[in-house]
Design a protein. Structure first.
Length: 214
């Protein structure tokens, strides 16, 4: 169909689907695959959050997004409180969690360890007293023209950029009991105005800056 024909149909009130709508899907796709074939507690995220040697911290995921990191951590046995401030992302997460719970079995088990809150994590973190807080803000746009994955682009269209990420990190550092983890592009500069991290776990495209609480 030509662009003009598509535009005419749209004007006439017919929806013209141009791309797959964004959904939260914990059962199929990449998340389901990672659940079956992922590397357990040896994965970078799990190690960064301190899931090892029988230790399972209480986790706060301060930037829930599509809930993938939270779902992975809950699948490894952690209780995770997810915080999302975008009403649209919160609605997608609520829907995705309900569908996964309805699957029953392992999925329902994992979802039972996930608690979703709506609001700004800077306000909601203080009373939660999590052991480990994860922060994965929308990353700064890349300088190269690398293709951005469809879902990431769609999330960006909904939430924009997280310009207050350094403030969020500071709140987390004040309230976490054991550690704060910043998920950040592997080659990006450290976040401005924040103390040096204790150590890093560096993957191919993502790194985890781990801030231990003294
Ligand atoms: C890059 S996405 C997170 C992706 C997530 N780690 C996952 O596994 O799907 C960032 C999300 O954090 C949310 N966010 C950013 N700052 C926040 C804040 N201060 N409070 C609550 N949500 C926040 C954004 O709205 C966005 O949905």
């Amino acid at each position: 169909m030509t662009t003009t024909a598509a535009a005419s149909l749209a004007v006439a009130g017919f929806g013209v689907a141009t791309e797959t709508p964004l959904t939260v899907d914990f059962v199929g796709g990449a998340v389901g695959h990672r659940l079956k074939f992922g590397g357990g507690r040896g994965q970078d995220l799990a190690r960064a959050m301190g899931l090892k040697n029988g230790k399972t911290p209480l986790i706060v995921d301060a930037t829930a997004g599509l809930g993938r990191d939270a779902f992975l951590l809950a699948s490894l046995g952690a209780d995770v409180t997810l915080i999302e401030r975008s009403a649209q992302m919160y609605a997608l997460l609520t829907d995705g969690m309900a569908r996964a719970a309805a699957e029953g079995g392992e999925y329902a088990d994992i979802i039972s360890r996930m608690t979703l809150l709506h609001g700004d994590a800077k306000d909601l973190i203080p009373p939660l007293s999590g052991d480990a807080i994860l922060i994965d803000p929308m990353h700064p746009p890349r300088k190269t023209k690398a293709l951005v994955k469809r879902e990431l682009r769609q999330v960006r269209e909904i939430v924009g950029t997280d310009d207050d990420a350094a403030d969020l990190l500071r709140v987390a550092l004040e309230h976490a009991k054991q550690r704060v983890v910043l998920k950040w592009p592997a080659k990006a500069d450290p976040m401005d105005g924040v103390r040096t991290c204790s150590h890093q776990i560096i993957g191919k495209s993502t790194r985890y800056d781990v801030f231990m609480i003294p």
